[in-house]
Ligand binder design. Structure first.
Ligand code: SAM
Ligand code: SF4
Length: 330
């Protein structure tokens, strides 16, 4: 699949549920309204769409949400993708519901990669940020269990918000050293359901990196893939082959739209060529009206063609999408 700006789609992000047990301040409002269950894609529909996307060049599928581990048939989805496709299957989670049994089942079913979000190591702040009764201890236990289960690589994600958790950059970066994983800092994007984003709460990747470098000098890695969202760094005091890394995902300060290889499908079956798309393509209707694989493939090709050149967050006249990250699938 190629868009009208010459970019090739290789990565598909499928939101398998819009539900979540957290209400992170930068993502979901406490009184969020969820889509009616019958509008959500079924396991078979998810697998079919992924398989068609694979025939069009997709190589990696990331299951997201909402919180994908809330899906009662997550293992079936992973297994279905494993049987029907050769794509690499990745999962992103808040890690609050992980167990050794579940991780083992997902790995056996074919899960290749795991990303875990953790924005604060301070219990009271974590609870306020996620508006949940979960704790960072639980998430860190999830990281440990995932590594024990042999899931590799495990990556960690954090969003820093000025005046909330931006003083934790160094402590969070230190997790990379503790666990031997990549800790990635994502710039806060205007994708919150409260539409409360403003530049005064935003912390640039450069500022975060400078804070980390005051304690842990970093060296740029030279093996980032061109379409990768993250620019990664090694810790200068650790051996070159250490798996501990820090990554910066800077969609606001350093947009990577020119090399974007992603397409998104929402839990209710809408294709979003860009995270910031203001128009969606309703794939669920033809899917449920008996469309053939070829017709659905043409649908995906047409939707991809309309992918906008960039998100324009910092441009005058930027319009925040109606749907928050939790409904789009981050
Ligand atoms: N619930 C899972 C989780 O939190 O990892 C998966 C879905 S969540 C929408 C995926 C990622 O999007 C998380 O790492 C989260 O931090 C990030 N995210 C959500 N809202 C964001 C925003 N406004 N700006 C930047 N990242 C955001
Ligand atoms: Fe839920 Fe993830 Fe959004 Fe937090 S970021 S509210 S865990 S979907």
């Amino acid at each position: 699949m190629i868009d009208s700006h010459g970019r090739t789609i290789r990565d598909l992000r499928i939101s398998i549920t819009d539900r979540c047990n957290f209400r992170c301040v930068y993502c979901m409002e406490p009184d969020v309204r969820f889509a009616p269950p019958e509008t959500l894609l079924t396991v078979d529909e998810i697998v079919r769409v992924a398989s068609i996307a694979e025939s069009l060049g997709v190589r990696k599928v990331r299951l997201t949400g909402g919180e994908p581990t809330l899906h009662p048939r997550l293992t079936d989805i992973i297994a279905g993708l494993d049987v029907a496709t050769d794509v690499e299957v990745a999962l992103i989670t808040n890690a609050s519901l992980l167990s050794r049994d579940a991780l083992g089942a997902w790995k056996s079913a074919g899960l290749a990669r795991l990303t875990i979000s953790i924005d604060s190591l301070r219990p009271e702040r974590f609870a306020r940020l996620t508006r949940s009764s979960s704790s960072p201890v639980q998430v860190l236990k999830g990281v440990e269990m995932s590594l024990d289960e042999g899931l590799s690589p495990v990556k960690l994600n954090a969003v820093l918000i000025r005046g909330f958790n931006d003083d934790e950059a160094v402590e969070l970066a230190a997790l990379a050293r503790t666990f031997g994983v990549e800790m990635r800092f994502i710039e806060y994007m205007p994708l919150d359901s409260a539409h409360a984003w403003d530049s005064s709460k935003w912390v640039s990747a450069a500022e975060t990196r400078a804070a980390i470098e005051r304690v842990f000098p970093l060296t740029a890695c030279d093996d980032d893939e061109p379409s990768s969202t993250a620019r990664t760094f090694r810790f200068a005091d650790l051996p070159n082959d250490s798996s501990a890394r820090v990554g910066f995902i800077a969609p606001v300060s350093t947009p990577f739209c020119g090399a974007c290889s992603r397409l998104r499908i929402t839990a209710d079956g809408k294709v979003r060529p860009c995270l910031f798309s203001t128009t969606e393509w309703d794939l669920r209707s033809p899917l449920r009206a008996g469309a053939t694989d070829q017709e659905l493939a043409n649908f995906l090709i047409d939707a991809t063609w309309t992918k906008q050149p960039g998100h324009g967050i910092t441009s005058h006249g930027f319009v925040q999408p109606e749907r928050p990250m939790s409904a789009i699938g981050g």
